[in-house]
Design a protein around this ligand. Sequence first.
Ligand code: ADP
Ligand code: MG
Length: 153
Amino acid sequence: MSDRLVVATPDADATQSFGERLGALLRAGDLLVLTGGLGAGKTTMTQGIARGLDVRGPITSPTFVVARVHPPLGDGPELVHVDAYRLHGSAELDDLDLDAELDDAVTIVEWGAGLAESLNEEYLTVTLSGDDERRIELVGTGPRWDAVLDALR
Ligand code: ADP
Ligand code: MG
């Protein structure tokens, strides 16, 4: 049992497929903090997660709207997709009132490192890097993530 997993994905489809596997394991209350530079694949991975969660699309980068809610198509939770790129500090994040949805949704925050962790005691940090092939590192904080990462191995 470990709270860390690293995978390599050769192309965008592979990143989406991995995201889909992860998405199928998620449940209401889960918080994911996505890290990596512009074009690293955060939104691409979220598109896969949304497929695994079975929520209404399309998933596009919510850079300008900051947050978007994707309702479930089945019995699962909704997806709250946040892009914190334009936010300056935790006060602006607080203004989004994500707390209100947190328990009933899967919440994904792009550019959330150093900001979104305060939303929940338990969260999964997903870090994407690499130029062509992507390296995706998953680090879980809290016991919730042990079983999820084990299932992805
Ligand atoms: P971000 O949200 O991190 O800014 P995007 O997901 O919007 O990044 O963009 C990633 C871009 O990189 C997409 O155009 C995607 O097709 C491309 N890409 C190429 N290889 C990969 C890969 N292995 N994983 C994810 N995206 C990839
Ligand atoms: Mg993005």
